[in-house]
Design a protein around this ligand. Sequence first.
Ligand code: FES
Length: 144
Amino acid sequence: MTSPSGPLSSRRTVLRGAALAGAAGLGATACTGGKETPKAPVTPTAPVDLGAPEEVPVGGARLYREERLLVSRSAQGEFKAFSAVCTHAGCVMTKVQSGEASCPCHGSKFDVNTGKVLRGPADAPLPDVPVKVAGGKLIAGPDA
Ligand code: FES
């Protein structure tokens, strides 16, 4: 295996691979078990730096697919974060539009401000993730 882009690219590839493996594992577990409940953690186990808070539009939301997080920002500027892992069978959301996050696998939709299910087959809300702004950066995860 070769990596033409250097150490940073290699690290990203490893992290992406781990994230995909995790999502695939969730899906496999859910699909074979009959009951569609993710078994692995779907929220960060350590604080995650999401970069500039301004990247989340006021009154809107942004997906951080590699980090498997969804962050919304109220009209007053308050941030909320959720796992972007679908509670149906573990796919990661691919789209945010008109206040809804959409799952590409079976069409579930979630409210970006509350995490609640707007359309199934998912029947559980997206798990909350603590989030804060510190040092000019958006930080999500434990201790945030
Ligand atoms: S994994 Fe089935 S709707 Fe998301």
